[in-house]
Design a protein around this ligand. Structure first.
Ligand SMILES: [Fe+2]
Length: 315
């Protein structure tokens, strides 16, 4: 593997303290990508790992099949998702059963591969995650219609309404399978900078002992959607705050990145503020990485917020 190389994006204005950098990682010619010390720290600092050549072995037949899919933009689901824990496909709409089965099989392969790839790349994280959903994104992002807080083209950090993390991290592994077009992102300041500037405007989370007891019980019972911590509630409000803040969207520092056909990239999307401007046909796998696996725990969003608040935000 060649040494990771920094790539500089075009910066629209200013150079604040907290912006994302692209760290290029090249697999060996055989396709394997052994562990490189320091990559966990790069991710946790809000940088993006970039692999110019797709390390996922997608057959030509499966690629053609994926590129032929046309998911309706009018559907409820933003994406077609594979849920590894349930071995179930969602969001495939009225797709014929045979096609849905093939799509599920491809997404399962991608999900299984992603877990091995990430574990090999960053041994510090291996097995210390919940493998969340894999998704396929066949819709062109440019001009895509969505309600404001669901728009992908507005800068935001991720938070999941139905899957509270209690401070665990949202790590996403993307592959652009489009044979001809790049996927274009804009990133702004990382959560570290944004929290310093906006956390008080969003509302500093208060300790809620009653909710905490209920949250513990719900967590123990495995009812994750009922166990939202003050941290999770804040992150959801923060997500919406950024998208609804037209002054921020207009004036924020912007770095534009183009992820070319056949490349792969990884980042913590609860740390890297991002907007998707254009692109079609991407695969994605989400990992909820344990907060206890962080090599730079002080850079975790929950720790950043707890420093600002002065009290714990999850149990
Ligand atoms: Fe996002």
């Amino acid at each position: 593997m060649s040494a990771p190389a920094d790539k500089q994006a075009a910066t629209a204005s200013g150079s604040p303290q907290w912006v994302s950098r692209m760290i290029e990682v090249s697999p060996l010619s055989g396709g394997s990508t052994p562990a490189t010390p320091g990559l966990a720290g790069e991710l946790e600092s809000g940088n993006i790992l970039f692999f110019p050549r797709m390390p996922f072995a997608l057959s030509a037949e499966d690629a053609s099949f994926l590129l032929a899919q046309k998911q309706t933009d009018a559907g409820y689901h933003k994406n077609i998702a594979y849920r590894p824990a349930e071995d179930r496909l969602t969001g495939s709409g009225k797709m014929p059963a045979r096609d849905a089965a093939r799509l599920k099989s491809i997404l399962k392969s991608y999900s299984d591969w992603g877990a091995v790839f990430l574990g090999d790349l960053i041994p510090e994280y291996k097995g210390r995650w919940i493998r969340d959903f894999a998704s396929y994104r066949p819709i062109e992002e440019q001009g895509r219609k969505a309600r404001l807080t669901a728009r992908n083209d507005l800068a935001h950090v991720d938070a999941f309404p139905t899957r509270p993390t209690h401070g665990d991290r949202i790590l996403r592994l993307f592959v652009n399978i489009n044979p001809t077009k790049g996927r274009v992102w804009v990133t702004s300041e990382t959560f570290e900078g944004l929290a310093e500037r906006f956390a008080r405007d969003v509302g500093i989370p208060q300790d809620a002992p009653g909710k905490k007891v209920f949250g513990k019980l719900a967590k123990a019972l495995g009812i994750r959607q009922w166990s939202r911590s003050p941290y999770d509630a804040f992150m959801l409000r923060f997500h919406d705050f950024l998208k609804e803040n037209s002054a921020f969207q207009r004036d924020c520092v912007k770095q534009q990145w183009e992820f070319p056909p056949g490349c792969c990239w990884i980042c913590y999307t609860d740390m890297v503020s991002h907007a998707v401007l254009s692109g079609q046909f991407a695969l994605e796998q989400t990992f909820l990485v344990s907060r206890d696996a962080m090599t730079l725990p002080e850079k975790s969003p929950i720790r950043i917020l707890e420093r600002i608040c002065g009290h714990p935000l999850s149990n």
